[in-house]
Design a protein. Structure first.
Length: 168
């Protein structure tokens, strides 16, 4: 039930790439179980709770959550009750046991997501400041400033390439 991607590192191979985080196959089931351990919920609440716990890095789609809930019901890990016109999912005893296993992974997952969130926030702040300066000089700078900025941009890009190649 638990696949490597759920507690594996969040890199290109395990979910992060140019577009940010992308959940890997097998992550949704333990994530649903661990949020249902807190209380019974309907599907949208589950989606929102997973998004909150991942600090906004992962918002599972309804197309992945609802079929997984159906599968969990077939496995007798959850029961379904209609409350106010919505299906509310509750863990069975077997589901609670599986959720406890998922909860052991939760701390590690939460720490990684928090760390990743902090990294991305800092990255976007730094990149945003650089872009602001570049826009300002492109609009109001003279030809010499624009040429110097262009050269600095090329040097920066070359330096980043060196870092990526391990040439610190």
């Amino acid at each position: 039930m638990f696949r490597k991607g759920f507690d594996g590192p969040f890199d290109d191979e395990h979910g992060f790439g140019p577009g940010g985080f992308r959940a890997r196959r097998g992550m949704i089931e333990p994530a649903i179980l661990q949020v249902l351990l807190e209380s019974p919920m309907h599907g949208y609440e589950i989606i929102t709770k997973i998004e909150e716990q991942s600090h906004g890095m992962w918002r599972p789609s309804a197309g992945s959550v609802y079929p997984t809930l159906q599968l969990l019901e077939e496995k007798d890990l959850v029961t379904v009750e209609i409350v106010g016109g919505k299906k509310v999912y509750t863990l069975t005893d077997s589901g609670k046991e599986s959720a406890k296993m998922a909860e052991k992974l939760r701390e590690s997952w939460g720490q990684r997501m928090t760390s990743l969130h902090d990294y991305h926030r800092q990255f976007h702040k730094e990149a945003g400041e650089i872009i602001k300066l570049m826009r300002k000089k492109k609009k109001k700078g003279d030809q010499d400033q624009k040429a110097a900025m262009s050269e600095a941009t090329h040097q920066f890009e070359a330096r980043l390439q060196q870092i990526l190649k391990g040439e610190s």
